[in-house]
Design a protein around this ligand. Structure first.
Ligand SMILES: Nc1ncnc2c1ncn2[C@@H]1O[C@H](COP(=O)(O)OP(=O)(O)OP(=O)(O)O)[C@@H](O)[C@H]1O
Ligand SMILES: [Mg+2]
Length: 234
């Protein structure tokens, strides 16, 4: 089967500030990520990992360059799509280091709320959410509040939420940073399984080299550019 493109960036640039506070974070960065791949994004603190993820996620404005989501060119020196929130809701799932479940909604409502925003009925959204909770082994936590779950359970719920909308792309910013080694491996293996089984492209920022063997590719930011190691040192 041909590889299907999930994300492509071409000569992407990102600067912040001006005059004394001017900083060039990403310069002429290019890469392609295919569906079904779990890609680790590894670079020192301040290298621009979160910034890159947020540009791909249509949250942060690039300075210039091109971004494709699937085959669609969505940024070409300016945004080409009117409603960036819609593309975020429909095509992209986000997972963060500290999971950002909504504290005053129980676990199932945290998972159903975006699909409902996207027009799924409450019932459809619930059926899907319960499937996901089962998949992640936390179906008994359906009615619990986020504060009543352990760190690992919360992170699994956050991954379930990112999947609820069947996104083409998952962007995960240090999803295992708050977890111990065993839980981290569990989460990364789960992400790998999701990438393969659901043909989703996952970009995962990590500082933990022990997670790299579970990934298909390692993407680094070097001299403000993206360098890809295809399973080199793994
Ligand atoms: N809104 C902003 N305004 C100005 N500078 C910013 C802004 N956001 C990020 N930066 C700068 O851009 C650079 C890259 O930041 P970014 O958060 O992308 O790094 P990172 O690789 O995710 O680091 P970490 O591993 O610590 O999370 C840093 O020098 C940061 O100070
Ligand atoms: Mg960061």
């Amino acid at each position: 089967m041909d590889k299907q493109q999930a994300i492509k960036i071409e000569k992407l640039n990102k600067n912040f500030g001006k005059d004394d506070s001017f900083i060039e974070v990403i310069k002429d960065a290019s890469c392609e990520i295919n569906k079904g791949e779990l890609v680790a994004l590894v670079a020192p603190s301040g290298a621009g990992k979160t910034t890159l993820l947020m540009m791909i996620g249509c949250v942060e404005d690039p300075t210039s360059g091109k971004i494709y989501i699937g085959d669609e060119l969505i940024y070409d020196n300016k945004w080409l799509i009117k409603d960036r929130r819609k593309i975020r809701r429909e095509k992209i799932g986000f997972i963060f280091q500290s999971h950002y479940l909504i504290p005053f909604l129980n676990i199932i409502d945290n998972i159903t709320f975006v699909p409902e925003l996207n027009g799924k009925t409450k019932k459809e959204a619930r059926v899907k959410a319960i499937d996901l909770l089962k998949y992640f082994g936390i179906e008994n936590k359906e009615k619990a509040m986020p504060s009543q779950l352990s760190g690992g359970q919360n992170q699994r719920a956050a991954i379930a939420r990112a999947l609820a909308n069947e996104p083409q792309i998952i962007l995960a910013d240090e999803p295992t940073a708050a977890l111990d080694m065993q839980r981290s491996v569990d989460v990364v293996k789960m992400l790998k399984k999701i990438a393969t089984e659901q043909n989703v492209a996952i970009v995962m920022v990590t500082h933990d080299e022990r997670m790299l063997p579970y990934c298909d590719k390692v993407m680094k930011i070097k001299d403000k550019k993206i360098v890809i190691d295809e399973k080199t040192s793994l």
